[in-house]
Design a protein around this ligand. Structure first.
Ligand SMILES: O=P(O)(O)OC[C@H]1O[C@H](O)[C@H](O)[C@@H](O)[C@@H]1O
Length: 563
């Protein structure tokens, strides 16, 4: 069994009790307006820099005492000890009896041999695979690797789901300005045939490379889509006369047009993909923590080695920072604990992430898996039930789009929704509308929203604008709505890597307070198991009879209306 200490029940600690009392004080006496008026140094006290990212926590419902009490709680649940255990390769993923070492995926090659886990030179193995990936990607990018008809690859289709999809697609979208080899990527994930049909429709099989990404290589969606892609590829090539349909010509085509990423290389081979063209990773990398492993192969093909190395450096710098920075100044720790403050002491349920950068439009979706699959648990890592709420519901959309949609509820609704506002000083597309720098219009909106949330608008201010009395209440803003402002210098491979690592550690800190195993995902299994059984029930009366009445009735509706 793993050597991991039992989780502390945070709710039974004096530190928790102190926070319960403190929350009552803050709820009764604290407003952001007053806090800013009373303390001219508030912003500097609550601002931190982590590399190229600047964090302003001042518009949160916190005082210096709040942070002190939160860090007392972090220490009481042994955040530092668990961090060190994780980074040293202990099996902190207890329910799967695995180490958790995504940090090793971005360790520099000079760290080879420094981390031996279960007899494996973890960093050495990581760099061996990275080198193979870089060599492969170079060949594709330069046109040395071609399709079966000798044409250069122009499109990559990455087939995967969950952690084998959300990370790569988020980063591909995030770093589009860095694409530099005339190769575009498309991501197919859903088992809904509409997904692959629409994605493949515009592509030419001769110039398309498929990357099948699956940690387990058993995932129904991915294998179904991979088979569909294989059929599309072979039919397309045969129609063009590029192959003659014989087993040998098909095998040759698959070799040139299919590669795989998986921890299960035997299954890759069974699928018909040449093991030479398979890139491995390890069971100590969780799917949602894997974008910086071979799972990111499409990114290396699209962006090249230098960009990917810079992306990994962004992660690694945060790894070192998280490990070495005292808790008082440690941004991932502070953010994780502030999230605990709202979730457990203010009983907020959701957390908005609002990137003011259109390239980051898939970042909230990526964070949903990272945060919710990690911390949506009801038992602790020793199997005991949790005794407080766990897991925040993460959601969001890029600003300013969200402003014209759901911000109404954040500003004037009855629920408190802590929000991370993310923006960058420099834009990838500096444009002007007349004399006005349009990036400043974007940043002006970013600043305006956090200001409106924090300070609101009083009835007197509304009246002073000449608003008729009956509608004054509808036009008031209560303010005191918490937000964190994060400003980066620019959205680059390095800063994007830093962002992902930041949220990985926020998740870790929260998971440690809640005592949950943030690295398993048993909650997705029941649905998979039932789907297998129910799929049979479409055409098997015995299996149908075993279903509940609602499922039977819905299947009956399906049969009645199926064209
Ligand atoms: O990479 P795969 O083994 O195909 O798994 C893909 C995804 O499916 C699973 O059901 C889990 O919910 C995810 O954590 C995982 O990322």
């Amino acid at each position: 069994m793993p050597v991991v200490s039992a989780p502390v029940d945070a709710t039974q600690t004096p530190e928790w009790a102190a926070l319960v009392d403190h929350q009552k004080e803050i709820a009764a006496n604290f407003t952001l307006k007053k806090a800013f008026a009373d303390d001219p140094d508030r912003v500097s006290k609550f601002s931190h820099d982590m590399g190229e990212l600047h964090f302003d926590f001042s518009k949160n419902l916190i005082t210096e005492k709040t942070l002190k009490l939160l860090l007392d709680l972090a220490r009481a649940v042994h955040v530092e000890e668990r961090r060190d255990a994780m980074l040293a390769g202990e099996h902190v993923n207890t329910t799967e009896d695995r180490a958790v070492l995504h940090s090793a995926l971005r360790a520099p090659k000079s760290d080879r041999g420094s981390l031996m886990v279960d007899g494996q030179d973890v960093v050495g193995d990581v760099h061996d695979v990275l080198n193979r990936m870089y060599a492969f990607a170079d060949k594709v990018r330069s046109g040395v690797w071609t399709g079966v008809t000798g044409k250069k690859i122009e499109h990559v289709v990455s087939i995967g789901i969950g952690g084998s999809d959300l990370g790569p697609v988020m980063v591909y979208e995030g770093l589009k300005p860095f694409a530099n080899a005339g190769i575009d990527c498309t991501y197919v994930s859903n088992i809904d045939p509409n997904d692959i049909a629409e994605k493949l429709r515009p592509l030419d099989p001769e110039t398309t490379l498929m990357i099948v990404v699956s940690k387990t290589f058993t995932t129904l969606e991915t294998l179904t889509n991979a088979r569909e892609a294989k059929a599309w590829m072979l039919e397309g090539l045969e129609r063009k006369g590029a192959i003659d349909g014989s087993d040998a010509s098909c095998a040759d085509a698959i070799k040139k047009h299919f590669v795989a990423v998986s921890t299960a290389l035997d299954r890759v081979e069974e699928f018909g993909i040449d093991p030479e063209n398979a890139f491995g990773f390890w069971n100590w990398v969780g799917g949602r923590y894997s974008v910086d492993s071979a799972v990111g192969l499409s990114l290396i093909v699209a962006f090249g080695r230098e960009v990917f190395e810079e992306f990994l450096r962004g992660f690694h710098d945060v790894d070192v920072y998280f490990k070495e920075t005292p808790l008082e100044n440690n941004v991932p720790v502070l953010m994780g604990m502030i999230n605990v403050w709202y979730s457990n002491f203010w009983r907020t349920e959701t957390h908005a992430v609002l990137p003011y950068n259109q390239y980051m439009h898939r970042f909230p979706a990526y964070l949903q898996q990272l945060t919710m699959e990690s911390n949506g648990k009801s038992v602790r890592w020793d199997g005991s039930p949790v005794s407080c709420d766990t897991g925040e519901i993460f959601w969001g959309e890029p600003g300013t789009n969200g402003q014209h949609s759901f911000y109404q509820l954040i500003h004037q609704g009855t629920r408190m929704i802590p929000a991370d506002f993310i923006a960058f000083v420099n834009t990838e597309n500096p444009l002007k509308d007349g004399d006005q720098d349009t990036h400043e219009l974007l940043l002006g909106n970013f600043l305006a929203q956090t200001k409106a949330l924090a300070f609101g608008k009083t009835a007197d201010e509304v009246r002073a604008e000449g608003t008729p009395e009956p509608i004054v209440p509808a036009r008031c803003f209560a303010g005191n709505k918490p937000s964190t402002s994060i400003l980066g210098t620019a959205l680059t491979p390095h800063s994007l890597g830093a962002f992902v690592a930041l949220y990985e550690y926020i998740v870790f800190v929260e998971g440690t307070v809640w005592g949950v195993d943030s690295f398993d995902q048993w909650g997705v299994e029941l649905g998979k198991q039932l789907a297998r059984e129910i799929t049979v029930a479409f055409h098997d009366d015995e299996a149908l009879a075993e279903q509940d009445a609602s499922t039977q009735a819905l299947i009956a509706f399906y049969h009645e209306h199926r064209a």
